[in-house]
Design a protein around this ligand. Structure first.
Ligand code: C2R
Length: 180
């Protein structure tokens, strides 16, 4: 199974890199593309309409500012779409968060934290793991490594700057639950 990782601008690459890294770590192929609902609307629609047939399990969309990419993709597919609001600009990513999360009924976008690219990949893997026991086992291993059992308290969760970090702001070595 493969997962698409889309981003609105080449300048989003660093913030979205943890998504592809995490997918790879969980044994899933990542198809990374720059597509914009504003700048390349026809390409976005073409991609989304054919994504299921192309064998994608889910589509991760990262965008900053007036982030319409995830919503535009969701308009053209019933695959699960996971939105990653990206930080930057005068509003620090809150604009992208609201634009991504506030979808109208019938066209959902599962939205992770601002700059939460790694969590978007984990969520996509969890969707695949519903029917894929190999991916399910890798997710269990990841949790075990990070000490994220109910008893472990997440003490081993790496900071965002480390391998496959969870998407916390740079320098904030917090477990995922501390972000929400
Ligand atoms: P540029 O630096 O290329 O001007 O992009 C991008 O994700 C980026 O964070 C600035 C910001 O604009 C965002 N962008 C969107 C969309 N396309 C580009 N939000 C979209 O389709 O939603």
């Amino acid at each position: 199974m493969k997962v698409a990782v889309l981003m609105g601008s080449p300048r989003d690459r660093d913030k979205m890199a943890p998504a592809a890294e995490m997918l790879e770590r969980l044994g899933l192929g990542a198809d990374v593309r720059v597509l914009s609902a504003h700048r390349t609307p026809d390409e976005v629609a073409d991609f989304a309409r054919s994504a299921r047939q192309e064998g994608f399990a889910a589509v991760i969309c990262g965008a900053g500012l007036a982030a319409h990419l995830a919503g535009a993709v969701a308009a053209h597919t019933t695959l699960p779409v996971i939105g990653v609001p990206l930080s930057g600009g005068a509003l620090g990513g809150v604009d992208a968060l609201y634009a991504t999360v506030q979808m109208p009924r019938g066209v959902p976008v599962a939205t992770v934290a601002i700059d939460g690219a790694a969590n978007a990949a984990i969520l996509a893997a969890e969707m695949v793991a519903i029917t894929d026991s190999d991916v399910s086992e890798r997710l269990d291993q990841l949790r075990a490594e990070w000490g994220q059992t109910t008893a472990g308290g997440g003490a081993g969760v790496p900071a965002a700057s480390e391998e496959g970090g969870v998407g916390a702001p740079p320098g904030a070595a917090k477990p995922p639950e501390a972000q929400s």
